[in-house]
Design a protein around this ligand. Sequence first.
Ligand code: C5P
Ligand code: ZN
Length: 482
Amino acid sequence: MTLERFRDVDGFLEKAGEVSERLRKLIDEDKPFLILCHNDADGLSSGAIASVMLLRENARFVTRSVKSIEGVLESLKDLPEEYSVILTDIGSGYLDELSSLGRKEPIIILDHHEPLGSASENVIQLNPHDYGINGADEISGAGVTYLAAKALNEENVRLSPIAVIGALGDLQDRADGRRLHGLNELIVGDAVENGLMKVEEDLLFYGRSYKPLHVALASTTNPFIVGISGNEAHAYSLLTSIGIRVKEDDRWRVLSELSEDEKKALYNGIMKYLASLGLPPSIAKELIGKVYELVREEPWTYLRDAREFASLLNACGKTGNEWLGIAIAMGSRGGLLDEAQRVLEEYRRKMAEAMEYAMKEENRQELNSVLVIDGGNIIDDRLISSVASMLASTGVQGEDKVLVALTQSEDSIKVSARAPKKLVDAGLNLGKVLSKAAQLVGGRGGGHDVAAGANIPKTKKALFLLEIDRIISEEVQGLEKR
Ligand code: C5P
Ligand code: ZN
């Protein structure tokens, strides 16, 4: 971009203060609240933060998670007029619809999606984009909610790790070296300063401190290593072929006990393996990064590593167990945690099946600017977003194509799209593309520059794909000319 983007962090934090004053007034008036949060990991984190925030103030509230804006509108249809509404990680893309409801009490939107439309007086929005801050990777919905909560009551600084989890759930660790940056870094700072988090650099294997090495490697799905992710036997062979000892006497070794030299050898071995498959070695780079460790959580649980905590929440959200995710993020443990861990294992099994289907040649279609992955009616519509993210992390779409994954839900087609870094850096905004293409076929879409989604009518698949391919091709040509 030729123009330096204006960036007003102070203005954004000031607005967080104003929103918190409005909240304070409503709480003081003993108004009831309905919190509606998005149902992905970031959404559940943000819903948990908003819930703890109101709980701490002894306010009256109900929390519910929603899949999409339709869920929001449905929930508001019969909501008594005295309720104020807090939308977290959802809402900014639908300002006109929300404003036209003409509710008596305010709708407070704490979101990081690109705002679309205009807000009426009673629709109050805290959104980083209004201040030149990129909501795609500088702050999450949970982060926005956290900053409002912290402005309301300094004690909410204890929720900073949940905001970090939300950011990781939305895959915002996109600065070099799998690091959070922008306002997210400020939130990480809050967590570290308050003795809630430790940040260090390592290989980002799933279960790095408690799973046997080959199991940890096979459990790693971001990046998804074709042939290794989801396959313990292949992971085992790869490790031994690199010359890494997998056992110490009779005990399985874990990643965190490998020496630096062993880790280097492992990393180089994975790079060579990827090259042998013709995949970009840059995928291996995604394996090294910052580990965000929640030091107050029990070791050996899925909650100690913020990325694993996020995948636990994601699993809850994608399997109809949103309440469980919100409860865990609010601090519940014990039996509920056992339950959530079962949900996670089951989810990982289903994802492995979905990925196997999605990777088959016959379910793939290459257009000019788009690689289409068609989940038919086989892939559960609640999994398609994770399938899209995982597939994009394999590098299969190359550097010049957008990955579009779609699958049939009960009454529509759910679309999830991911743009390669090169196109985003050149200025492509996938959220706008999806919004436009979906509208052309009578659907609804939106999202971020790098990750966006849509719902379209069942009969409009072919037309939608033609339109999205055309729009992206035109946009890319325009970008090249700039
Ligand atoms: O569903 P998926 O994860 O692919 O969506 C990517 C992003 O696009 C999410 O942040 C989601 O909130 C947003 N989205 C949207 N409108 C839709 C579908 C997705 O704003 N209809
Ligand atoms: Zn989000």
